[in-house]
Design a protein around this ligand. Structure first.
Ligand code: UDP
Length: 346
């Protein structure tokens, strides 16, 4: 039986990248994570720190049953779709999973008298910075203007959670992730998206000869080296933020949102240089056009998370992120695609 300060936490999407790292962090803090996942993009082998329930968030009965069976009074909701580009071509799927799916979880949560819901949100809620403010740090009060259906669904999700919390008496926290990256040093869990669209895994695959050469999306941005600046935050730091969000004292019906980023940016070229240093080989790449919807700079001001959650990034320096990511991609515990020598793919 868990004591007052040890929580049973239903982790939807806990077989995915950030969810698996969070389950490990919860367990290491003495909590009891229970992963609820339909394995559409997650991996059973990533579930190592807690029980597993196979289920779909859109099935409210299944979520209600999982809450009843586990007596979980806390939910961390990761399950959802994440590829920004696909959200443009298939907004129907993104609204169904990220918004209707969330409503299903919240209905079950309200009935089960859940006390706390923590939600995976995203820096994508901010969208493009106003002209002239491209290089400023983003605080939570910045205007919200998502530049993709993905960002729209995350902003809608935050509003839905705030309204449900207010009406049904649970408290809620939204964590707006910047660029999640790296892997747990244990080597047991890491990033394995299918298909992969993110810079760091694609560039590492190129450097290791597992993937096609990288295209750098734009070299004419108003940044010091012309490539985009992003705030890469180690996935173990992100996981720690979720544990802090579960433990944060909050009044019933309260809702708070926090930026979770390292607070400093790295350019695409800086990422490629760090990968070259870690792999001993530069990622083969070409210089291409900008990708639609990419802002020049997305860098967090994490001061509020520091003040309210007591959270500071501890392992988000770029070299550590890259070293742990390279170690994972050299020997992934699951999710490996068959090596494809550079040059074969179109
Ligand atoms: N990027 C790139 N080539 C790629 C993938 C990404 O140049 O094949 C750039 C992208 O334009 C952005 C940065 O790398 O500036 C991070 O992109 P990613 O897709 O990893 O995350 P996002 O910032 O879009 O969430």
């Amino acid at each position: 039986m868990a004591s007052e300060s040890e929580h049973t936490v239903l982790v939807t999407g806990g077989a995915g990248y950030i969810g698996a790292h969070t389950a490990k962090a919860l367990r290491e803090r003495g909590h009891n994570p229970v992963v609820f996942d339909n394995l559409s993009s997650g991996y059973r082998d990533a579930v190592r720190w807690g029980d597993f329930i196979h289920g779909d968030i859109r099935d409210t009965e299944a979520v209600a049953e999982a809450l009843a069976r586990t007596q979980a009074r806390h939910i961390i909701h990761f399950a959802g779709l994440i590829e920004v580009g696909r959200s443009v071509s298939r907004p129907d799927l993104f609204w169904a999973h990220n918004v209707t799916g969330l409503a299903s979880v919240l209905q079950a949560a309200a009935k089960a008298q859940v006390q706390r819901v923590v939600f995976s949100s995203s820096a994508a809620v901010y969208g493009q910075a106003a002209a002239g403010f491209e290089l400023d740090l983003l605080s939570e009060d910045n205007p919200k203007a998502p530049a993709s259906p993905y960002g729209d669904t995350k902003l809608a999700g935050e509003k839905m959670i705030a309204a449900y919390a207010s009406a049904f008496g649970f408290s809620a926290v939204a964590l707006r992730y910047f660029n999640a990256a790296g892997a747990d040093p244990s080597g047991l869990i890491g990033e394995a998206h299918q298909p992969e669209t993110h810079l760091i895994p694609l560039a590492i695959a190129a450097a290791l000869g597992h993937g096609k050469p990288l295209t750098v999306f734009g070299t004419d941005f108003p940044t010091p080296d012309g490539t985009c600046l992003r705030d890469y935050v180690h996935v173990d730091d992100l996981a720690a933020a979720h544990v802090a969000a579960v433990e944060l004292p909050l009044a019933p019906s309260a809702f708070e949102a926090f930026n979770i980023g390292a607070g400093h940016g790295a350019s695409v070229f800086e990422v490629l240089a760090a990968i070259e240093a870690a792999c001993g080989r530069a990622p083969p790449h070409s210089l291409g056009a900008r990708r639609a919807g990419d802002p020049a700079s997305l860098v967090a001001d994490p001061a509020r998370a520091n003040r309210r959650l007591g959270w500071t990034p501890r392992c988000s320096d770029l070299d550590h992120i890259i070293r742990t990511a390279v170690a994972w991609h050299k020997a992934p515990a699951y999710g490996a695609t068959s090596p494809q020598p550079a040059g074969i793919l179109s």
